[in-house]
Write a protein that binds this ligand. Structure first.
Ligand code: GAL
Length: 415
């Protein structure tokens, strides 16, 4: 018996020692409280599988800084094993020939069977998996401090009109209605939710996916810019340059009533020990109930020369789709799992509602739209052009008519 145990320990030791050789370097921008807690789960699972994790975190919400660093590492022939790359950017890196083929892992773990097409399509380049999806974020949310609303007799606003009425009331009492971070990607996040609210899902698609000039030059577009400008009168002086998670903490602490942000904001509420329905509300962005702007996070894998590192990379890809990782990671991150068969019973009411809307909109083939602000709907060139116009408009006295003209021109030029 004793001999057997010794043998088992020795064998176990040998297996662990062989597998230990692999290292996986992961570039990401998950550095806020909730984000860091989420990515730590993957690190732990990779380590537990006998491999080592090299963290390559580049701070900066929305990922612009991380992308810049990635480009410079890749052109110098030193790309990390894995990087947080999303949406159409995956295609751009795939076209350049940098990405590894994940087909063996994907086939043996039935990725085609467990992932909805809207997710798997984004992960494939030339029909082959090159990235592993970690989650689905919904972007069209509004976060609200419950006590601030209750104390001021305000019901959760359901449309833009109610939102402005609530904001006016709060402003008159000296309370900051909207916590905003004045950075281009955050301006764009707010702007796209307003476009969805004003024009609806089909209009959103016409503008941000099809880049239809008629839609871009329409009255609805002008109205969207009008509504977007109104946000400015309800934010505080500290907004320019503010990080998104700092804005979230204003709502958590009751220093502001609302924030327009994707559900990574929920990761901050959770990390602060706050509960939905008790401390805060997760609400569909006013006027967008029943629609879902999706933002899928994924880790793309870069070709590796070293076999051990390749093994570590493939193991990580496999772990990402495991029900255990999908569970813990997404509970911390505020998102929903990518697996349609995932048991949602341990998730909070916001995540359950999000999953319901995700499934309903994808089944109906209506109301599920890709986020422009988060790289799902268009090329990085067109996205950049939209960011520029939205931010310039928001920070100047440019008229809505001029913004419409500038936007349609900028999109055309970037096509
Ligand atoms: C998004 C990303 C989210 C979240 C957010 C803020 O682009 O998809 O996972 O991290 O940026 O950093």
């Amino acid at each position: 018996m004793f001999k057997k145990t010794l043998l088992a320990i020795a064998l176990g030791g040998t297996i662990a020692a062989t597998a230990q050789a692999g290292e996986v370097e992961v570039l990401h921008w998950w550095t806020s409280g909730g984000e860091a807690k989420s990515i730590a789960v993957l690190k732990e699972m990779v380590n537990d599988a006998g491999h080592s994790w090299k963290d390559f975190a580049v701070a900066g919400g929305g990922g612009e800084n991380a992308y810049t660093v990635l480009r410079s590492r890749a052109v110098s022939g030193n790309a990390p094993a894995s990087a947080q790359i999303k949406g159409l950017e995956i295609q751009e890196w795939g076209d350049l020939g940098f990405l590894a083929d994940l087909t063996p892992v994907a086939s043996s773990n039935n990725w085609d069977g467990i992932l909805p097409a809207v997710v798997s399509d984004v992960m494939k380049h030339d029909g082959k998996y090159v990235a592993a999806p970690v989650n689905v974020h919904r972007v069209n949310w509004m976060w609200a401090n419950k006590k601030v609303l209750d104390d001021n007799g305000i019901k959760p606003p359901k449309n833009m009109k109610e939102l402005w009425a609530a904001s006016e009331k709060l402003k008159a009492k000296g309370i900051t209605p909207i916590a905003h971070g004045g950075q281009p990607w955050q301006d764009a996040t707010t702007f796209e939710s307003i476009v969805l609210s004003v024009g609806g899902a089909d209009f959103f698609n016409d503008v941000f996916v099809e880049h239809d000039q008629k839609a871009l030059e329409s009255k609805t577009m002008k109205e969207s810019f009008d509504e977007f400008k109104k946000v400015k009168s309800y934010i505080d002086k500290g907004a320019p340059g503010r990080d998104w998670n700092v804005a979230t903490s204003m709502v958590i602490k009751g220093e502001a009533a609302f924030q327009f942000m994707g559900d990574w904001a929920k990761g901050e509420f959770s990390a602060a020990g706050k509960k939905p329905g008790t401390d805060y509300y997760c609400l569909a962005f006013p006027g967008t109930d029943g629609t879902f702007t999706f933002n899928i996070d994924s880790l793309a894998m870069f070709e590796q020369r070293n076999d051990d590192n390749k093994a570590a990379q493939m193991k990580m890809a496999e772990l990402i789709l495991s029900p255990k990782f999908q569970d813990v990671f997404n509970m911390n991150k505020g998102s929903i799992p990518v697996r349609l068969d995932q048991d949602m019973s341990g998730f909070d009411s916001c995540a359950q509602a999000s999953m319901e809307t995700f499934k309903a909109t994808s089944a109906a083939g209506k109301g599920l739209v890709p986020s422009m602000a988060h790289g799902m709907s268009t090329t990085s060139a067109i996205q950049g052009a939209i960011y520029d116009v939205a931010t310039e408009f928001f920070n100047s006295d440019m008229s809505s008519d001029e913004a419409v003209m500038k936007l349609s021109r900028a999109v055309r030029a970037a096509q």
